[in-house]
Ligand binder design. Sequence first.
Ligand code: SDX
Length: 392
Amino acid sequence: TNGVVTLDPGYKNTGACESAITFLDGEKGILRYRGYAIEELAEKANFLEVCYLLIFGELPTKDQLTKFHNDIKAQSQVDEDVKKILDGFPKSAHPMGVLSSLTSALVAFNPSSVNVDSEEDMYKAIVKILAKFPVLAAWTYRKRMGLPLDYGGESLGYVENFLKMMFRKPNGEYKTNETILEALDKLLILHADHEQNCSTSTVRIVGSSHAGLFISISAGIAALWGPLHGGANQAVIEMLEAIKEDGGDTKKYMAKAKDKDDPFRLMGFGHRVYKNFDPRAKIIKKAADSVLETLGMDDDVLDIAKALEKEALEDKYFVDRKLYPNVDFYSGIIYRALGIPVEMFTPMFALGRLPGWIAQWREMRLNKEPIGRPRQIYIGETLRKFVPVEER
Ligand code: SDX
């Protein structure tokens, strides 16, 4: 503090806003969306219902949900010219970079969604991005695989439609697997919002300048990409694979994670707020076991993950720092079992977090929040005179 501002790097102790969307208690491992416990929603709701709940504050009636889904389906076309932008990327481009670009490109194809002030215009922009983002995510994957880009099917549910766009055969055939659909729906619900995390704060601060919804979401995708945030779900699997390659020597990696001079961190561990378990990790860990069993698969990196968790829970370094598995630690095990490739793990996080970003952006705009503009403590040079280059 210098009497004017209190320095708070990473905003560890700063409340950026008042919000009525998500409540979490880091000590007790509680997470609720609009007052509903995540455990109940993961069990009993579907992802589109949770999108509606987060954005509008109430669980929808049957009619409201049907209208919401129809309004989304009516907007599911993506301008064919967006494919030309997609064509410009090398196949090796990371899908998060492609998705952030294509989401900001959507602005050009939907000019009416740029400066929205009325709730009605916000609703139009909201159903557009909910409709088009899954298409962009599926197309990004299909392009990378050299597969045709197309749409799902009119009669399908929101998540089922996404799965069909991702995995339909080149001849158009697709058979829904209920286990895969249910597992993905649950994962997306568990990722849907998490109060003022890095990417959501990014969406809010970009939106606070009254930049439009789509470009704010594009900024959120960029922030989520980082390996300390949503990118961790990809980094966890890469870490587990490396440990497997290395003969499953978890002790060596635990030592690396504790070594101050080693930049290696145990990916999927630790959390800014949860200083106990992450309630989402508990649900996902259980779901990982049942999904693998139902699909008749096993994944030897799951055993490595469980061994790491067990060791960390008994290790002073981790216990002292209250480092537990977070949402990203087990999610990749399920994505992989669902046939989703590792480079699409963080895009799946983005698909899940989309309604949360939208809800938080909408709340920020409806509450007429001021433009975000933090201060600093200046530690640079005091006043000094310019010296012409000849004299330097
Ligand atoms: C998500 O905020 C959210 O809600 C995010 C999220 C959401 O839903 O939006 O929950 C999603 O991003 C989950 C987190 C995914 N990231 C990872 O799994 C990456 C690995 N985790 C860490 O980088 C870290 O734990 C963070 C980023 C999650 C939290 O960082 P903090 O709160 O800034 O904590 P810190 O870096 O100050 O660490 C505190 C101490 C340090 O040791 P000391 O300097 O005190 O000796 O714990 C150590 C750190 O070195 N530490 C770790 C560690 N995490 C923290 N040491 C080894 N391995 C780790 N994973």
